[in-house]
Design a protein around this ligand. Structure first.
Ligand code: BES
Ligand code: MN
Ligand code: ZN
Length: 501
């Protein structure tokens, strides 16, 4: 979707739908001057709707007006923003998403929207959020569907209209950035939505290579031979049950000499059946998205390259398929990881941490980063603890954890700090090996994080458990059902602020 920013006259801007956002108003409240000026041209059509009380500007509320030639747009849609004192960047992200949805619902291809301005969000941050909301709302997963004749066309363009030229000028760059970020998030969604048969580990690796080639990133892929050479017994064990062998993918955004290195690591289980400790069939289909951490890393790498962030960022994806078979790893197995630590496998369904063990070790030892951030759909326990309201946040370094938390707030991809103590590490001590891959039912998300902590050495590290946030059954203003692409906005926000202490 093309995102434009102008200070053109909204009454003369041609569009299928002109969206007019309105903060919630009391009946007797004075209406914003921009609204009354537009209403004059519209012959009082807006006032008529407001006077009836049919539209008050409540969050998500809409009303359609037909200007009959009074303005250049075919339709005018009033869009409620809710109470201004509650507004934040996500209010605007949602509003732009609703604007695109309202345009599509009327089979429109070109949208225009008065850019909402509020003291509560600065113009650049607002412009970024608006562009993100619009581009995110344009995403649908339809690669495997025959086109139906009555499918609405895609919304090709949205124009954000600013009153002042200076505002439009300061909005332009951030809007471009927002569109780039949202495209990265849509890429993550597309990868996550792919079914297991269409996107085994080798295909996920190829997708990463395609992204890297287009974006100008270096990309290396380790297949089974290279994994064996590097003694990556964790990822080999998990991938061993499938005829689709595992891959480790390393994407590299070089940055300039002397710039700090940050590693992003993603869990890339292209399908998680549970393996020999097989899962119940209900909702097992959703385990095609068990590579959402990897998807977020690949999506973020595309954005990092496009924005030319002044950092050296290494994106690492541990891709494997977890299936039961005669060659699958078993409960009771002792598996030697690249770090040399042995893992006693108590449950083959706790596979994410086993593949991440080798990926994290690689990050910590080969790249000497200043920080490692991993993302993984790691535990059902995290879903129970936090639901889909936020991702679980764990880490070894309070300052890093706080940076991630703040990035989550700013990007509306919320994360919440969870405890990670020596006691959690004690819970996964193994009698037969060094550590075991489950710590029982208590604090399952924290004992999983404790497992990962064994493989990052002394590097400051944060872990995001996105099991509850990577997939959704319910659609929102900028979200269709299915993969969310969570993590891309957060990672980019985090990296953009890296230099600011
Ligand atoms: N991929 C799952 C976790 C998951 C659950 C992700 C629900 C998204 C939604 C993970 O591999 C898993 O199966 N974890 C087990 C660990 C247990 C066996 C210790 C779990 O959480 O039940
Ligand atoms: Mn599992
Ligand atoms: Zn899994």
């Amino acid at each position: 979707m093309k995102v434009r920013v102008t200070s053109a006259d909204p009454t003369r801007t041609s569009a299928d739908v002109l969206v007019v956002p309105v903060f919630q108003m009391r009946k007797d409240e004075r209406r914003p001057s921009r609204l009354t000026r537009l209403d004059k041209v519209l012959g009082g059509r807006i006032a008529a709707v407001l006077d009836t009380g049919d539209f008050r500007g409540r969050s998500g509320e809409t009303a359609v007006l037909y200007p009959e030639g009074a303005v250049a747009a075919q339709r005018v849609v009033l869009l409620g923003l809710g109470k201004e004192e509650k507004a934040d960047a996500d209010t605007l992200r949602k509003a732009a998403g609703t604007a695109v949805g309202a345009t599509r619902a009327r089979r429109g291809e070109e949208a225009a929207m008065l850019a909402p301005t509020t003291r509560r969000v600065r113009i650049p941050a607002a412009a970024q959020a608006l562009a993100e909301g619009a581009v995110l709302a344009g995403y649908r997963f339809d690669a495997y569907k025959e086109k139906a004749k009555d499918d609405p066309p895609t919304v090709r363009q949205i124009t954000f209209l600013y009153e002042k030229q200076a505002d439009a000028r300061s909005a332009r760059r951030p809007a471009e950035t927002g569109a780039i970020i949202a495209e990265g998030q849509n890429l993550a969604r597309e990868l996550s939505n792919q079914p297991g048969n269409q996107q085994p580990p080798a295909e996920l690796a190829r997708a990463a290579q395609r992204v890297a080639r287009k974006a100008g990133l270096r990309c290396r892929v380790f297949g089974p031979a290279e994994l064996k050479k590097r003694a990556m017994g964790g990822i080999l064990a998990v991938g061993g049950g499938s005829t689709n062998p595992p891959r480790l993918v390393i994407m590299d955004h070089a940055g300039r000499k002397g710039q700090p290195t940050i590693c992003l690591v993603g869990k890339g289980i292209t399908f998680d059946s549970g393996g020999i400790s097989i899962k119940p069939s209900a909702s097992m289909d959703e385990m095609k998205h068990d590579m959402s951490g990897a998807a977020a890393v690949i999506g973020a790498m595309q954005v990092i390259a496009a924005l030319k962030l002044p950092l050296h960022v290494v994106g690492i994806v541990a891709a494997a398929e977890n299936l039961p078979s005669g060659t699958a790893y078993r409960p009771g197995d002792l598996v030697k990881t690249a770090a040399g630590k042995t893992v006693e496998v108590l449950n083959t369904d706790a596979e994410g941490r086993v593949v991440l063990a080798d990926a994290l070790h690689h990050a910590a030892t080969e790249h000497e980063p200043e920080a490692i951030v991993d993302l993984a759909t790691l535990t059902g326990a995290c879903v129970i603890a936090l639901g889909s309201w936020c991702s679980g946040l764990f880490g070894s370094d309070d300052a890093l954890v706080e940076r991630i938390r703040k990035a989550g707030e700013a990007s509306a991809e919320r994360v919440w700090p969870m405890p990670l103590w020596d006691g959690h590490r004690d819970a996964i001590k193994s009698r037969a090996g060094d550590i075991k891959n489950t710590g029982g039912r208590e604090a399952g998300a924290a004992t999983a994080a404790a497992f990962l902590s064994h493989f990052v050495g002394e590097v400051p590290w944060a872990h995001l458990d996105i099991a509850g946030t990577a997939w959704t059954q319910k659609a929102g203003p900028y979200q269709t059902a299915g993969a969310t692409g969570v993590g891309v906005r957060l990672l980019v926000e985090f990296l953009q602020n890296w230099r600011k202490a």
